[in-house]
Write a protein that binds this ligand. Sequence first.
Ligand SMILES: Cc1cc2nc3c(=O)[nH]c(=O)nc-3n(C[C@H](O)[C@H](O)[C@H](O)COP(=O)(O)O)c2cc1C
Length: 205
Amino acid sequence: MKTFLISIALFFAINLTAQNIELPQPERTGGMPLMEALNNRQTIRSFQTKELTQQQLSNLLWAAWGINRESGKRTAPSARNFQETDLYVLLKSGVYLYDASKNQLTFVSDKDEREYAGTQDFIKDATVQLVLVADLDRISGGSSGKLNTAYIDAGYISQNIYLWCASEGLGTGARAMINHDELGPRLKLDSNQKIILAHSIGYEN
Ligand SMILES: Cc1cc2nc3c(=O)[nH]c(=O)nc-3n(C[C@H](O)[C@H](O)[C@H](O)COP(=O)(O)O)c2cc1C
């Protein structure tokens, strides 16, 4: 009986882990010259349904908020290196959390929740929705200061997303118009986690 129960537990553990997505190594060289990417940066609100490749997804997430040094620091700065921002990745196949150190998407849900990542009509069309979520418990200080820190830090990540998309010829747009009550439970957020910003990403229509 004991062996049987252990086998069942192992079966479920393996299957849950299997839903994580291992990303290919990000390509950390190349891309468009910075001045050209800045020249092309813009907000896009109309998307094709064409999917990104896993390599593009890996490159996007690394550019946005990947680890770029042995020290574990990132492609974007954060106040006192709190690193309070988490990137939730909403795809057709489900909801995932970007784990920069493992270079993987950690499974959150198998539901397609992309349409809930904003309140505007075009939201449903973009193939990737990134939601920037701050874990306020990782920031020390008073509660109003914590939110300010979270907003500022998310801005750097947002600009990384804009510039990578410009370089890759993809469209993106930052978005604060989000129904927090609708989206939070779909991302399975705790009370210390606050949605700060979202980005649609995809091929421009
Ligand atoms: C913090 C922030 C929040 C934004 N929220 C939204 C939004 O909810 N919906 C939207 O369509 N655009 C949103 N935008 C995009 C702005 O409207 C856009 O950046 C602005 O019109 C300038 O256009 P550009 O990005 O093409 O230069 C947001 C931008 C920022 C920086």
